[in-house]
Structures are given as structure tokens and as C-alpha cells.
Design a protein around this ligand. Structure first.
Ligand SMILES: NC(=O)C1=CN([C@@H]2O[C@H](COP(=O)(O)OP(=O)(O)OC[C@H]3O[C@@H](n4cnc5c(N)ncnc54)[C@H](OP(=O)(O)O)[C@@H]3O)[C@@H](O)[C@H]2O)C=CC1
Ligand SMILES: CC(=O)N[C@@H](CCC(=O)OP(=O)(O)O)C(=O)O
Length: 347
């Protein structure tokens, strides 16, 4: 059994990790931290986990994390980078759901996250946690910076078109128009996520620049092997879970002469967590709710040169905790689907 610790077990991604790991056949939950709720039983705070999780929250200091095989950080940005070195030196693998180990350039990290990076040597070692792109590197990694929620959907949607220097679409002027449910903002109290502010309302935010823009462009440029330029506009929608990304790309002459539906179907044929829907489909966020699946549909309106790619995922599962369990499975040589064989919840 793999001994697992979670730092930040009371947030939305933390409790989602608990839900998934509590039914994982190869995992033993050793420690779950909360500074505010230390001492309280996990299942007392989250009755959904009664009979599933039998430990109490402890402070990060009391959690004996160095005795774990792997520690997940489901914490705000900046927490994992302060503790990763000690854990790695003790032989513990680290999976960070925040952004501490995503951006390769420490200056970019400082610019977007308003803090200096405290361990740039580890930043160089860290592997980006997006299995459909990086599976082999993840398998041998000891430190993972999980892909962000929006970046997961946008990179999966463009992967077949860009990888290995393909010239099927223009690589400047790409547009990702993305919508997220409110759980994407986390469980902390904030005016913008109050019911009266976010229900029955719809708005864009971060239009001048969002911290996921550099992450998406870094990822796409690595996938393509050359710079890729994309405009990313996130929106807050009055739903709890889910991301819907609509991506617009101009096809090149080569792209116009390519069967794009077939390209996507073949690229993801062996990916258990990516479903390419039949031509003409419009995937719904509720079709992935609670599951680690991303569903993708490609459209070419009027058979013109504009390609529209639709991607849906659950921000808390494929966009965060589920994908991090997928990554853990790869790091420990387990079946990639263990703990993740969940049918989406309807309605
Ligand atoms: N919500 C989402 O859809 C997604 C979130 N993420 C990322 O995952 C991370 C967690 O997000 P989310 O679950 O939404 O956040 P929440 O705000 O819901 O939860 C944060 C958790 O971290 C703990 N925490 C806060 N500060 C510290 C600290 N200094 N040291 C140790 N623990 C701390 C909190 O507990 P306590 O204060 O009691 O210690 C709490 O359990 C974030 O970095 C976020 O960007 C990634 C993808 C999607
Ligand atoms: C709706 C909402 O507020 N979403 C968050 C993104 C979700 C998140 O926590 O971002 P990471 O994937 O980088 O960890 C935001 O825009 O900041």
C-alpha cells in the first residue's frame, strides 16, 4: 500500500482527493492537514466521507509527512515550494496542485504569482503534470507541478493539432474562451463567490491577463516545439463544478485538407480519460461531473477555415484532484485508472 499525505485537506481539491483516494485499492491515507481544523475527524467535517475516511486532521507540523511515500499539496500557491525539498530529501514524492512548479521561468512565476520562487533548482527538475502530454517523464519523476484547470482543457483541445511541429493551424491568434464553475475559486470566503454575487450571473474576468495564460502558452509551445500565441479569456458561470472551453483556430491549407475528426479520434484512441465525441456533438459539463474524463468535440462551421474545438472537464477532477491521482498512479507504476473509475453524476 502506498502511504499518502495531503496538505490542505479542507479545501475543495483536498476533499476531492479524499473522496477519490478513499476508494483507491492501493492507497493508505496516513495524514491530512488543516491548520484551522486540526484535531477534528475528517468525516465529522465532511459527512460524505463517513465510513470511508477514519483519520483526523492534523497540523502540517504534526502530520509526519516524511513517513509518507507521496504527499499532495492542495494548498494555495507558495506552500509546496517551502516544504518540497525536505520531503524529497526524505525520499517522499511530491505532487503540487498549485502553481509552484508549473512555470519553468522563475521570473514569470514572480510576475504572475507576486512572490519570488524559493527553490529554482527544484523548479528545473519538476515535471508538468499532464499525462496525455508527459506520461513517460511523469513515470520517473519525484516532483510534479500539476497542470492548472483551464490549462488542462486548452492543451488537450489543441494537442493533436500542434504536437511535433504539425502545421495544421495558425499558431498565432488562437483564442480560448473558457468558462468555469465557482468551485474553481476554492472554498475560502470571498465576496465574488457568494451565492448572491455568482448565482444568476455571468461574467468574464482576468481579460487583461490571467496567470493561466503563460502556463497555457508555455505548454503549447513545448508541445509544438516552437512559440504558440493564444488569447485566453476566463468567465465565471453560475454552476458549481465544470469547465467549458471553446477554442478557435484558423486552419492552414494542410489543415483544411486533413480529416480533423479522424486526427482527434486516433490521437486519443488509447487515452482512457479523453473522449472524442462524434462529429457535430456539443459536450456538456454535466457529462463529466465527478469524473476524470475530458470530452472533446471538433467543428468546422460551414466547412470554412475556422476550427472550433469544444472541451469539457470537471475542474476539481480532470482539472485538479483526479488528474493528480492519475499522475500518482503513473509515478508508482499502478493501473492509471485505479481510484478513478467513476461514472459522471447526472443530473
Ligand atoms: N479549485 C479548483 O478548481 C482548482 C484548484 N487548484 C489549485 O489547488 C490548490 C488548492 O485549491 P482549493 O482546494 O480550491 O483551495 P481552498 O482554498 O479550497 O483550500 C486550501 C487548503 O489549503 C490549506 N491551507 C491554506 N494555507 C495553507 C498554508 N499556508 N499551509 C498549509 N495549508 C494551508 C487550507 O486549510 P487550513 O487553512 O485549515 O490549513 C485548505 O485546506 C490551489 O493552489 C488552487 O490554485 C488547481 C486546479 C483546480
Ligand atoms: C473560477 C476561478 O476563480 N478559477 C480560478 C482558477 C482555478 C484555480 O484554482 O487555478 P489553478 O488551476 O491554477 O490552480 C482562477 O481563475 O483563478
Amino acid at each position: 500500500m502506498i502511504k499518502v499525505g495531503i496538505v490542505g485537506g479542507t479545501g475543495y481539491t483536498g476533499v476531492e482527493l479524499l473522496r477519490l483516494l478513499s476508494r483507491h485499492p492501493d492507497v493508505e491515507l496516513r495524514a491530512v492537514t488543516s491548520r484551522k481544523e486540526a484535531g477534528m475527524k475528517v468525516a465529522e467535517m465532511f459527512p460524505s466521507l463517513r465510513g470511508r475516511v477514519d483519520i483526523a486532521f492534523s497540523t502540517p507540523e504534526d502530520a509526519k509527512l516524511t513517513e509518507c511515500d507521496v504527499v499532495f499539496f492542495a494548498t494555495p500557491h507558495g506552500v509546496a515550494m517551502a516544504q518540497a525539498r525536505e520531503l524529497l530529501e526524505a525520499g517522499v514524492k511530491v505532487i503540487d496542485l498549485a502553481a509552484d512548479f508549473r512555470l519553468k521561468d522563475p521570473a514569470e512565476f514572480a510576475k504572475w504569482y507576486a512572490m519570488e520562487h524559493s527553490c529554482t533548482d527544484l523548479l528545473a527538475e519538476a515535471v508538468y503534470g499532464l499525462p496525455e502530454v508527459n506520461r513517460a517523464a511523469i513515470q520517473s519523476a519525484r516532483l510534479i507541478g500539476m497542470a492548472g484547470c483551464y490549462p488542462t482543457s486548452v492543451q488537450l483541445g489543441l494537442l493533436p493539432l500542434l504536437e511535433n511541429g504539425k502545421k495544421l493551424i495558425e499558431t498565432t491568434g488562437l483564442i480560448a474562451d473558457c468558462k468555469s464553475g465557482v468551485s474553481g475559486a476554492g472554498r475560502k470566503a470571498e465576496v465574488g463567490t457568494l451565492f448572491a454575487e455568482s448565482a444568476d450571473n455571468f461574467k468574464a474576468y482576468g481579460v487583461k491577463g490571467h496567470r493561466h495564460s503563460p502556463e497555457i502558452m508555455q505548454g503549447l509551445s513545448e508541445i509544438h516545439g516552437a512559440p504558440v500565441q493564444l488569447t485566453f479569456v476566463p468567465h465565471l458561470t453560475p454552476m458549481i463544478r465544470g469547465i467549458h472551453s471553446t477554442i478557435y483556430a484558423r486552419l492552414t491549407e494542410e489543415g483544411k485538407n486533413t480529416d480533423i475528426q479522424k486526427l482527434f479520434e486516433e490521437r486519443f484512441a488509447n487515452e482512457v480519460f479523453v473522449d472524442v465525441m462524434p462529429a457535430g456533438s456539443c459536450p456538456e459539463t454535466r457529462s463529466v461531473r465527478g469524473s476524470n474524463t475530458a470530452r472533446i468535440a471538433v467543428h468546422r462551421p460551414g466547412n470554412g477555415d475556422l476550427l472550433v474545438i469544444l472541451v469539457v472537464e470537471d475542474n476539481l477532477v480532470k482539472g485538479a484532484s483526479g488528474q493528480s491521482v492519475q499522475v500518482m498512479n503513473l509515478m508508482f507504476g499502478l493501473n492509471e485508472q485505479h481510484g478513478l473509475d467513476v461514472v459522471p453524476l447526472l443530473p
